[in-house]
Design a binder for this molecule. Structure first.
Ligand SMILES: [Zn+2]
Length: 140
């Protein structure tokens, strides 16, 4: 009788990637919580803004995040409305995925590919609008 060698499964690096992303999120979140981006200069500057003088969709995101975690909702909306609405959308999506998993037993994709194009279009429109003088309220 021959001994059957154990099957070797290719281990997925997903858990390690998740762990690293989780740790980075924790460190980044703590940094933004304790160090105000408006008064601490170690945060990276936006290269697009420095090169062009225009606001990209990410301009003001760190300040908006700081305002959000400190409960200043209107300041967060002023600094980057896209971040506020995107986070709200992601939280609603997370709740929906969890509830669906509870009902159907499987969660499905968190961010289906079909949502990528609408998200890019929204970011592009937001970028164009926040650089127009008529919509200066969207500018950080
Ligand atoms: Zn920017």
């Amino acid at each position: 009788m021959k001994a059957v060698p154990p099957k070797i499964r290719a281990s997925s690096p997903a858990w390690a990637i998740g762990l690293i992303l989780g740790a980075l999120t924790l460190v980044g979140g703590a940094t933004v919580f304790f160090f105000n981006p408006a008064t601490h200069g170690f945060y990276p500057r936006c290269a697009f803004h420095q090169l062009t003088g225009l606001n990209c969709p990410g301009c003001g995101m760190t300040r908006a995040l700081y305002a959000l975690v400190h409960g200043n909702f209107s300041t967060a909306l002023h600094d980057n409305a896209l971040l506020v609405f995107a986070l709200a959308g992601l939280m609603m999506r997370a709740v929906w995925v969890v509830l669906r998993k509870g009902r159907a037993g499987r969660a499905g994709e968190f961010f289906p590919a079909i949502l990528l194009w609408p998200a890019l279009v929204i970011a592009l429109v937001f970028t164009i609008l926040r650089n127009l003088p008529a919509f200066a309220v969207l500018s950080p």
